[in-house]
Design a protein around this ligand. Structure first.
Ligand code: AMP
Length: 192
């Protein structure tokens, strides 16, 4: 299996690039943000619990997202591999993902980190907020909170994956196609 983590702060372009990468490499896209938003829309118990945290730009508890990822991965064991988008976001999530993949006889191949400056992230998210309908994209103070959550809880994963020799950063600015090509170059080196 080829298992990729597409990493980066909110607004780095993980969702956009994941959509292109799944077609190119025949992978399954697992976005915890998308899964949570569909739980919110369906007004499930989990969705109702998560909504308030999401609307504030806070992370939802580890056990919720870890459980969601486990059931999605276990439902697609015949896949070529997965793109994890927006997961893991804490060291506890990364450890749980390693344990899960290890149980299944596989592992993370690489983490590709999209690097984008904060000013550009805020601009992109406010722009997306005009038609995404997402409360967490519409308000600059919530966007700042999401970036702070990333800095405090998620960026330590860079060290976690560097230690495993799996970290690679990629310039996340320029056209969507330019960024896609850079990601493909990094992947092709690993798979050739
Ligand atoms: P995203 O679509 O990835 O920007 O995620 C939107 C929101 O969903 C985040 O601000 C969090 O509230 C929640 N969320 C998504 N993924 C995770 C995760 N792996 N851990 C905790 N919360 C998450």
């Amino acid at each position: 299996m080829f298992n990729l983590i597409l990493f980066g702060p909110p607004g780095a372009g993980k969702g956009t690039q994941s959509e292109k990468l799944i077609d190119q490499y025949n992978l399954i896209h697992l976005s915890t943000g998308d899964i949570l938003r569909s739980e919110v829309a369906a007004q499930t118990e989990l969705g109702l619990k998560a909504k308030e945290l999401m609307d504030r730009g806070d992370l939802v508890p580890d056990e919720i997202v870890i459980g969601m990822i486990r059931s999605k991965v276990e439902a697609s064991l015949d896949a070529n591999g997965f793109i994890f988008d927006g997961f893991p976001r804490t060291v506890a999530q990364a450890e749980a993902l390693d344990t899960l993949l290890n149980e299944l006889g596989t592992s993370i191949t690489v983490l590709l980190a999209l690097v984008v400056e904060e000013e550009e992230l805020i601009k992109r998210l406010l722009n997306r907020g005009k038609d995404s309908g997402r409360a967490d994209d519409a308000d600059e103070s919530i966007i700042h909170n999401r970036i702070a959550e990333y800095e405090n809880k998620t960026s330590p994963l860079i060290g976690y994956y560097k230690e495993q020799g799996k970290f690679k950063d990629v310039v996340g600015t320029g056209s969507v196609d330019d960024i896609f090509n850079r990601l493909c170059e990094s992947i092709d080196v690993l798979t050739s």
